[in-house]
Design a binder for this molecule. Structure first.
Ligand code: NDP
Length: 318
């Protein structure tokens, strides 16, 4: 085999909670996993601050620190963790072929996809500046920090509607910023929003800037796109709920996906339509999107990969 082609038993693509948990289980099952971290090593949690809802941390933990712990645990158990991104794959025959950084080819008996998803952002400088300091793309993760305060949320889909009603239970008032004169969310979700007294909806409204005191968010300046009227609303938290996109582009054409690019797995397992390719975490989950659910599915992927290899070995040696 040429020097720039390497064969591995188990290749893990992506390094969020799903990928690291798969790595921990695969290492302990002696699959000698090799992980490529992707460009954002540690995944979405490296871009958050406090994580208070991951079991096992009674006082909470900072997202980047938690992911460093995940990494150290996977490494201690034997995972070969490498910085690099997978640029293309070829799942047409076994073993699977994966190209890393557009130059190195890996052949793999099993591939675990844990490439995650990325939140869509508005693209404002102030949004980036206060990310983790009042700006969040996850109400379930960060809503608690704004208990009893006023917050705003942008978006009009099911996620925004669901997160607004979640926030309304914790916060004094929730202002929903909706860019058109109607919602995209389903009727059932809309019904819940419209029947929650402490949610105020601003239609035809766009976010101009997030205002802060240099440390944290203090308000949001919005503009009505019909009247051009500008208003600054005092809020302590600003939630962005305008959708996510799964990081699955490189698998298009190989793996079955839904219309928005989430990879389809067999319910109750992590198997995909391709033999020996498993998927876990946010790349296949647009509903829960939590670190703990991603970790759980990472564990499932490693067990599925191990059982797949064991069954194959059994057939070969029988
Ligand atoms: P969607 O793509 O459905 O909705 C995104 C929303 O954000 C739209 O209302 C869109 O506005 C708005 N938006 C997009 N860009 C901007 C912007 N730059 N400024 C302001 N607003 C913007 O994403 P969701 O995350 O809501 O949902 C994704 C999928 O997951 C959907 O299929 C949904 O049904 C599903 N889902 C289901 C749930 C459930 O059943 N419990 C819960 C959550 C999600 P516009 O309408 O004007 O385009």
């Amino acid at each position: 085999m040429s020097a720039d082609i390497e064969h591995v038993k188990c290749l893990i693509i992506g390094s969020g909670p799903a990928g690291y948990t798969a790595a921990i289980y695969a290492s302990r099952a002696d699959l000698k996993p090799v992980m490529y971290t992707g460009l954002l090593a540690g995944g979405q949690l490296t871009q958050t601050t406090d994580v208070e809802n991951y079991p096992g941390y009674p006082h909470g933990i900072m997202g980047p620190e938690m992911m460093e712990n995940f990494r150290q645990q996977a490494e201690r158990l034997g995972t070969d963790i490498r910085f690099g991104y997978v640029s293309s794959v070829d799942f047409s025959s076994l073993p699977h072929k994966v190209v890393v950084d557009e130059r190195k080819t890996i052949t793999a008996d099993t591939v675990i996809i844990s490439t995650g998803a990325s939140a869509k952002w508005l693209g404002l400088d102030s949004e980036q500046k206060y990310s983790g300091f009042g700006v969040s793309a996850c109400a379930t993760c960060d809503g608690f920090f704004f208990k009893g305060e006023d917050v705003a949320i942008v978006g009009a889909g099911d996620t925004a509607a669901e997160e607004a009603t979640y926030l309304a239970k914790l916060c004094k008032k929730v202002t929903m910023i909706v860019r058109r004169d109607e919602f995209r969310a389903s009727k059932a979700m809309m019904h819940r929003v419209l029947n929650t007294p402490n949610i105020e909806i601003l239609y035809n409204t766009e976010t101009k800037e997030i205002v802060g005191d240099g440390q944290s968010v203090t308000g949001v300046t919005v503009i009505n796109n019909v009247t051009n009227q500008e208003t600054t609303i005092p809020v302590a938290g600003f939630f962005v709920a305008i959708g996510h996109h799964p990081n699955t582009e490189i698998f298009k054409g190989w793996i079955h996906m839904d219309e928005t690019g989430y990879i389809k797995t067999t319910p109750g397992s992590t198997t995909t339509n391709i033999e020996g390719v498993f998927c876990c975490g946010d790349a296949q989950d647009h509903i829960y999107r939590q670190a703990v659910t991603a970790a759980g599915s990472g564990c499932m992927a490693a067990i599925d990969a191990e059982r797949y290899l064991a069954a194959k070995e059994h057939v070969v040696t029988a």
